[in-house]
Design a binder for this molecule. Structure first.
Ligand code: HEC
Length: 110
C-alpha cells in the first residue's frame, strides 16, 4: 500500500517538473502573434475616420469591400449609424465619406 502512495507522489512530482519545463520552453520560444497590418492610407480625415470606424471592427474588414463609389461609402456610413448606432454626428458624415472615397474609391460618384 505504502509503495503505491510513494509511486503516486513521485509521478505527481515528475508531472509538475515536466510541466514547468514545458512552460519555460514556451517563454523562451516566445509567443508569435500573427501580425495583420491594414494601414490606413494617410490623408485628410484619416484620424477622424479611424476613430469613428475602428471602434467596432478592424480597418481590414472595411477594406474587404474593395474600391467603391462615393454613394456606396455614404450608404455604408449611414448604415453604420442607423443600424449599428455608430456614434457619428451628421456634420461629420461628409468628412468620413470624402476620406473613404478619396483613398478607397473607384472614381465613380454613384
Ligand atoms: C457601433 C459599431 C460600428 C461602428 C462605429 C462602425 N461599424 Fe461598420 N459594422 C458594424 C457591424 C456590427 C457590422 C456588421 C458585422 C457583421 O455583419 O458581421 C459592420 C459592418 C461593416 C461593413 C461590412 C459591410 C456591411 O454592410 O455590413 C463595412 C464596409 C463597414 N461596417 C464600414 C464601416 C465604416 C466605414 C465605419 C465608420 C464610418 C463603420 N463601419 C463604423 C458596426 C460598426
Amino acid at each position: 500500500m505504502r509503495k503505491w502512495i510513494l509511486i503516486a507522489v513521485i509521478t505527481a512530482a515528475l508531472i509538475t517538473l515536466l510541466d514547468a519545463e514545458e512552460n519555460k520552453a514556451e517563454i523562451q520560444k516566445g509567443i508569435k502573434m500573427p501580425y495583420m497590418a491594414f494601414p490606413m492610407k494617410k490623408g485628410e480625415g484619416m484620424y477622424s475616420t479611424k476613430g469613428k470606424c475602428n471602434m467596432c471592427h478592424s480597418w481590414g474588414y472595411i477594406l474587404n469591400q474593395g474600391a467603391q463609389s462615393k454613394a456606396f461609402w455614404r450608404k455604408k456610413v449611414i448604415k453604420m449609424i442607423d443600424i449599428f448606432q455608430a456614434p457619428i454626428k451628421n456634420e461629420d458624415i461628409n468628412e468620413v465619406v470624402e476620406y473613404l472615397y478619396k483613398n478607397y474609391g473607384n472614381g465613380k460618384e454613384n
